[in-house]
Design a protein around this ligand. Structure first.
Ligand SMILES: *[C@@H]1O[C@H](CO)[C@@H](O)[C@H](O)[C@H]1NC(C)=O
Ligand SMILES: *[C@@H]1O[C@H](CO)[C@@H](O)[C@H](O)[C@H]1NC(C)=O
Ligand SMILES: *[C@@H]1O[C@H](CO)[C@@H](O)[C@H](O)[C@H]1NC(C)=O
Ligand SMILES: *[C@@H]1O[C@H](CO)[C@@H](O)[C@H](O)[C@H]1NC(C)=O
Ligand SMILES: *[C@@H]1O[C@H](CO)[C@@H](O)[C@H](O)[C@H]1NC(C)=O
Ligand SMILES: *[C@@H]1O[C@H](CO)[C@@H](O)[C@H](O)[C@H]1NC(C)=O
Ligand SMILES: [Zn+2]
Length: 475
């Protein structure tokens, strides 16, 4: 333990912040309330990276299998025996991910293992297993000129010299110690990981892996924030603070749109299967709502927004998307082309993964943000399905999926992660590298206002749906 804390201190010491250029905004989601969060002020910082360089080169040169690039800090309220197993599972999951993805910067996980059922009288209908996700999203400008929110774990991989301030951890994870977990034989040296799971137990390693992948950015911002509609997350300025989530276009109106539907990095590749339309073009269509002149210069309240939106053309689009999201095989993720078949004609079927749209009614935080449950059962890509079975081990699922040589991270999942921008052995260069928001574009007068406080709480529009929806995985 002592060694670990020294490492943490060192990493703070060698990350010199040489100057603070300006203020900008990051989005810190609330992992306990999967669709909520707050916009925080995070400065643009320039790092003196040279001291870190040697260390990074070491990672680049030796992508050996068992280097765990995940550094997990565990807060655990169970017995020492259980806590040891929990920690070992996190470490094993980190090793598995590190053997598939070539991380060039460490991923820091703040993990908690404690009872979650006590307070709210939950866990009666549904067993809450846990939840994990990015602790901070950074707004980044993509090559299509849209600003999307990137999970910090991914932003770090790009190793920008100048970037928005990082939060201490990249991924937050909370798991319910009252759930019936099976920890397996975490000494996986003897390969009999698969023995003795009970009918009512969940394989903890399976869950951790699944959740860490959400933490790496697997998930869509499109969700049901209003009943009967789906839209991307709304970042707004209902408390009067403008949020610089706006594309860099030539008209220099960087600060014009103060309320926006904002996508996550993942959404850049999400398409409608019916006609190949990118959902990003629908997001742009929805955002035209905020361009209407009637909304200019008006301090609109959340209530005003709700009424106006209800009467808009965009409302119907969001409603239509809600129907689509409850119809099987309608929404897909179009991955980058496999390097492998670049010479031949592109086979789209190889690069498309169908996302989960068969829940009816729509399930907040499960629909769209997973791959299709029935289609990918008993395949190599089982891991990111929305439903996990009790009494089945990760190892058993790998065998059911045909003993994929890459283990639990199936080929399509790997391709999705490479498309988001992670490096893998097959994809040694960044497929996607967004731009850090240019401080020159920031309106100085609004910065002066925003520097008064450090943190702004901004309502993420979230009426009616506030229930304790952890990232639910159902029995
Ligand atoms: C890490 O998680 C714990 C427990 O959930 C929380 O109290 C703490 O504030 C978190 N630390 C940071 C730096 O986010
Ligand atoms: C794992 O293996 C080591 C060495 O073989 C042993 O000392 C340790 O007790 C084992 N741990 C568990 C939880 O089985
Ligand atoms: C694609 O399909 C969606 C949903 O059916 C529809 O709203 C949209 O207008 C279509 N786009 C084109 C270009 O046909
Ligand atoms: C690459 O191509 C070979 C031969 O065509 C094929 O066997 C293999 O599955 C392909 N790999 C991927 C990742 O598509
Ligand atoms: C899959 O692997 C298991 C364990 O290594 C082995 O027993 C089984 O025969 C393999 N199945 C196939 C289809 O290769
Ligand atoms: C900059 O922000 C101030 C205050 O928010 C606003 O009055 C002004 O019009 C903005 N300037 C530009 C160029 O957007
Ligand atoms: Zn999930």
């Amino acid at each position: 333990m002592r060694m670990r804390s020294i490492v943490v201190i060192l990493s703070i010491w060698i990350t010199f912040i040489s100057f603070i250029v300006n203020a900008e905004y990051c989005f810190d989601p609330n992992i306990l309330d999967s669709r909520g969060g707050k916009v925080v002020n995070c400065a643009l910082v320039t790092e003196i990276k040279s001291l870190l360089k040697n260390q990074n080169e070491r990672y680049l040169k030796s992508p050996t299998q068992n280097v765990n690039m995940f550094e997990t800090t565990l807060h655990c309220s169970s017995t020492e025996e259980i806590c040891t197993k929990v920690k070992a599972s996190f470490d094993l999951a980190g090793e598995i991910l590190s053997s598939t993805i070539h991380f060039v910067e460490k991923i820091k996980v703040n993990a908690t293992f404690k009872p979650l059922c006590e307070k709210k009288g939950h866990c009666e209908d549904e067993e809450i297993l846990g939840s994990a996700g990015p602790i901070r999203f950074h707004p980044m400008i993509d090559d299509d000129d849209m600003v999307r929110l990137y999970p910090q774990s991914l932003v770090k991989q790009f190793q920008y010299h100048t970037h928005l301030e990082y939060s201490q951890y990249d991924i937050g994870a909370i798991f319910n110690s009252e759930a019936k977990y099976w920890f397996g034989n975490i000494n996986n040296s003897n390969n009999n990981y698969n023995i003795g799971i009970e009918k009512n137990q969940f394989d903890f390693l399976y869950i951790i892996l699944h959740e860490l992948i959400h933490g790496l950015g697997f998930g869509s911002s499109w969700d049901q924030y209003y009943i009967g509609l789906i839209t991307p997350l709304i970042i707004n300025k209902f408390n009067g603070i403008s949020v610089n989530i706006e594309s860099n276009d030539n008209n220099n109106n960087y600060n014009k749109g103060k309320v926006k539907f904002v996508e996550w990095a993942f959404d850049k590749y999400v398409i409608l299967m019916g006609n190949g339309t990118k959902v990003s073009s629908i997001t742009q269509e929805l955002n035209k709502f905020f361009d209407q002149s009637s909304l200019d210069n008006v301090e609109i309240t959340q209530r005003d927004f709700e009424i106006n939106f209800h009467n808009s053309k965009q409302y119907n689009i969001a409603k239509q998307m809600f129907d689509i999201a409850q119809t099987p095989n309608t929404i897909g993720f179009l991955s980058k082309e496999n390097n492998n078949n670049s010479k031949e004609k592109r086979d789209l079927n190889k690069d498309i993964v169908l996302l989960e749209t068969s829940f009816n009614p729509f399930r907040v935080a499960s629909s769209i943000s997973h791959i299709d449950n029935s289609l990918y059962s008993n395949t190599e890509d089982f891991l990111m399905r929305p439903i996990i079975m009790n009494g089945v081990t990760l190892q058993q699922e790998i065998i059911n999926g045909g003993n994929y040589s890459g283990g639990p991270i199936g080929p399509k999942l790997k391709q999705i992660l490479a498309t988001l921008g992670y490096l893998t052995k097959d994809n040694p260069t960044f497929y996607n590298k967004p731009k850090v928001i240019d401080p020159a574009l920031i309106n100085i007068s609004s910065i002066a206002v925003s520097l008064k406080n450090n943190i702004y709480y901004i309502d993420v529009v979230f009426t009616l749906l506030i229930t304790l929806i952890l990232h639910l995985l159902l029995q």
